[in-house]
Design a protein around this ligand. Sequence first.
Ligand code: ADP
Ligand code: MG
Length: 427
Amino acid sequence: MSSNKAKKSKGLFKSKSRGGEDPLEEVFKRALQKPRIFKNREVMRSDYIPNRLPHRDEHIKRLGEILAPALSLSKPSNVFIYGKTGTGKTAVVKYVFKRFLEIIEKENLPLALAFVNCRISGTEYRVLAELCESIGIKVPFTGLSKAEVFSRLRRGLKEKGLLLVACFDEIDALVKSYGDNLLYELSRMNEGMDDCGLTIIGTSNDLHFKDYLDPRVLSSLSEEELVFHPYTAIELIDILTERARLAFKDGVVPQNVINLCAALAAAEHGDARRAIDLLRVAAEVAERNGDEVVKEKHVKLAQNIIERGRIFEAISTLPLHSKLVLISLLLLTRGGISDPISGMVYQTYREVCGQIGVDPLTDRRVSSLLSELDMLGVIKSDLVNMGRHGRTRRIFLLTPPSEVEEAISGDDLLSSLLTYKPSVTRR
Ligand code: ADP
Ligand code: MG
């Protein structure tokens, strides 16, 4: 055994010393080269807040006006901000906060600002704890009751005579998991507090978020409302041009590349994050290729890379039964049935559930899972007329099978299903 091992490793050494290609040589050479594309990579990161936000002056001014009473120490109205992802909600609030903070420090005002991302903070407890920390009250990571943290916050504001303006970014994430109880409590917290208290700014990417709120909470949260519309292609060009000027060396990103990124992002839903990501990934592709200029072909490649990442993310975070439905469709497709009717998908889904000992959901539930997958753009379903058999749906996989497999392969239980042959494909 051991001699075998020795032989093996000797063999390894030999083959290396015999030379051939050093796989790292090229990597090192490129990494040590002077940067030719990027001037400042940070600028293209998604959490970078630029000093100028083209096409959001109105929103910045409006939010500033709403919050301005805080500077003379009277409590501003609560604000509800909504708009689709990448329309600049987070950037605008952070920008306004940054500018207010400068004044607060200069004038030494008893005013505190808190920015909490509810999706990242995750729980009501963490959100409350972050509010406490923003006014200098330490709260253990866990261990206290929510009510205790809440009353520490209230007491802290009162004792310190502070006005706290708190942004609950992506507030819908919190409410969808926990309901609107915390918001209700917070909105009532100001009762009995005169010169101090809490103002809430909530942002949501979900335009239907209001439906989740109790009317009392809604009317309190949306004393003021700001709507962020998607950017047009022309607006995205301005945003990208400004970013590109800071991020890239002169002449590296030509206008046609910026225009293409803007057009692609606008065609989707006017998402500035998408536009910036496209340009960043395109530049990275160009850099890796050793090219000196970013070209349209790099943008096309970037689009594929981002799309794959997105599908991967969408599929790998699906709930179990949606994954099982998707696997059923994948198995049928691979077995030569690329547009099965929904009954076949359901039959296969039941078989697949049986294989791993999971109770199948009803036909109707599976039908609504299929609709969700359709909305995600992973599959497509068409209603077809079957003559006297009535109407049914034909289901197609829109995602290449290899990508579905890749996204599923991280899960041992599910990837064991990939070799299963559905009964209809065996006939
Ligand atoms: P939202 O919070 O609405 O999803 P963000 O504020 O996170 O959107 O914006 C997404 C990305 O686009 C961020 O990198 C942000 O800096 C950038 N961005 C959005 N609007 C603008 C703008 N008007 N000018 C410059 N950059 C912007
Ligand atoms: Mg945001």
